[in-house]
Write a protein that binds this ligand. Structure first.
Ligand SMILES: [Zn+2]
Length: 144
């Protein structure tokens, strides 16, 4: 009933409450443009926020990796203290479930890899202070 009344009003040009609610006002086009701009701004903002979040997650993984390298070096240092500096190089397998660090319990559990691409090894002689544990993805703790 209401629709037919609006239709009748628009034909006759008579103004009614229902008719006024439906008529397109002159500023409509401008409002549309503003709405589109606001939508674009917010989608851009959300896209930017996502990127920032991704970067934060990546740096959190990097910090987890640096923490791992410190744990690994600490475990090797303790092993060396107990066995007379016999470990001079490190490979990722040493901290795996079957690695000597886990089997001898210098590491409580196999080391995690914050990124799938993290692979631990060493540079220099790790029985001395010049040796370092390095990650194939994140470098060494010194590079922070
Ligand atoms: Zn890493």
């Amino acid at each position: 009933m209401k629709l037919s009344r609006w239709f009748l009003d628009s034909k006759t040009g008579r103004d009614s409450v229902e008719g006024a609610a439906i008529t397109v006002d002159p500023g409509f086009k401008g409002k549309c443009i503003v709405l589109i701009m606001v939508t674009m701004f917010f989608s851009g903002f959300i896209y930017w926020l996502n990127g920032a979040n991704g970067a934060a997650r990546a740096s959190a993984r990097a910090y987890a990796c640096y923490a791992n390298m410190r744990v690994l070096l600490g475990a090797v240092e303790m092993y060396n203290m107990d066995y007379g500096n016999i470990i001079r190089t490190f490979s990722d397998a040493d901290a795996s479930k079957d690695g000597y660090l886990v089997k001898s319990q210098y590491l409580k559990s196999p080391i995690s890899h914050p990124e799938p691409s993290c692979l631990y090894s060493s540079t220099g002689d790790i029985s001395t202070t010049t040796g370092r544990i390095i990650c194939s993805t994140h470098g060494s703790v010194m590079d922070e």
